[in-house]
Design a protein around this ligand. Structure first.
Ligand code: C2E
Ligand code: C2E
Length: 179
C-alpha cells in the first residue's frame, strides 16, 4: 500500500485547524490559505498572522525552539530571518496574551520587530509575498533534542511570567551531614 509522501500537506488540505506547531514554509502557507479562504469562518476574524524578527544575536531557528503553541490551530514557520505565527481565532487585542502563552520569555526580549496582519485581505496579500520566498531561503529548524519533562522554573498566570527562586546553600562544607 502506498503512503502519501507528505502527510503534513495532506492534513493541511483537509484539516488545517487540527495542526499545531512548526510547519514547513509551504505547508504553513497552504494551511493559512485554507483558513482565510474558508467562507464558513467569520470574516476578518479568522486569526492573527504575526511576523517576528529575532533580536540581534539570536537566530530564527533558535527563536523557534522557544515557540511552543498549545492550542490547536496555532502554527509557525521560519524563513528569511523571520518567524511567522498564525494564531487561529485569536483576536488582535488578545495577541499579547496569546504570545505570552506560547513563549516562555517576554517576546520583547526575544524579538526586535513585529508585524501583524488580521483582516482577511491583509493576510491574503501577505501570503502572496510569503509564497514568493524561494525554498533556498526557508530555514531548517534545529534538530529536536528530546528533553522529556524539562521543567521551566516559572509559572504563567495568563498575563505574566513569574520565576521561582531556587534555594542554594552558601556553605561549601562537603563534610557536613544533612539532617
Ligand atoms: P486547545 O484549544 O487545543 O488548547 C490546548 C491547551 O492550550 C489548553 O488545554 C490550555 O492549556 C492552552 N490554551 C489554549 N487556549 C488558551 C486560552 O485562551 N487561554 C489559556 N489560559 N490557555 C489556553 P486545556 O485547558 O486542558 O483545554 C483542552 C481543550 O479543551 C482545548 O484544546 C479546547 O479544545 C477545549 N477548551 C478548554 N477550555 C475551552 C474554552 O474556554 N473554550 C473553548 N472553545 N474550548 C476550550
Ligand atoms: P478566548 O478564546 O475567547 O478565550 C477567553 C478566555 O477563556 C481565556 O482568557 C481563558 O480564560 C479561557 N479559555 C479559552 N480557551 C481555553 C482553553 O483551551 N483552556 C483554558 N484553560 N482556558 C481557556 P485568556 O487566557 O486571557 O485569553 C484571552 C484571549 O486570548 C482568548 O480569547 C484568545 O483570543 C487569545 N488567546 C489566549 N491564548 C491563546 C492561544 O494559546 N492561542 C490563540 N490562538 N489565542 C489565544
Amino acid at each position: 500500500r502506498r503512503v502519501p509522501e507528505d502527510l503534513a500537506t495532506l492534513f493541511s488540505n483537509t484539516e488545517p485547524l487540527k495542526l499545531k506547531g512548526y510547519l514547513k514554509w509551504d505547508v504553513f502557507c497552504e494551511a493559512v490559505q485554507k483558513i482565510v479562504s474558508n467562507p464558513l469562518l467569520p470574516a476578518d476574524g479568522k486569526g492573527v498572522l504575526v511576523a517576528l524578527r529575532p533580536a540581534p544575536g539570536l537566530r530564527v531557528e533558535q527563536a523557534l525552539t522557544l515557540c511552543r503553541p498549545h492550542r490547536m490551530g496555532d502554527i509557525a514557520t521560519i524563513a528569511d530571518k523571520r518567524l511567522m505565527i498564525f494564531l487561529s481565532f485569536c483576536r488582535v487585542n488578545d495577541l499579547d496574551i496569546a504570545l505570552n502563552h506560547i513563549f516562555p520569555l517576554p517576546t520583547g526580549d526575544i524579538f526586535s520587530n513585529r508585524v501583524i496582519w488580521f483582516e482577511d485581505k491583509q493576510i491574503a496579500a501577505e501570503l502572496v509575498n510569503m509564497q514568493d520566498v524561494k525554498p533556498e531561503r526557508w530555514t531548517k529548524p534545529l534538530p529536536v533534542t528530546t528533553q522529556p519533562g524539562k521543567i521551566i522554573n516559572a509559572t504563567h498566570d495568563g498575563r505574566h511570567w513569574r520565576r521561582y527562586p531556587e534555594p542554594h546553600r552558601l556553605s561549601a562544607d562537603t563534610g557536613e551531614q544533612s539532617s
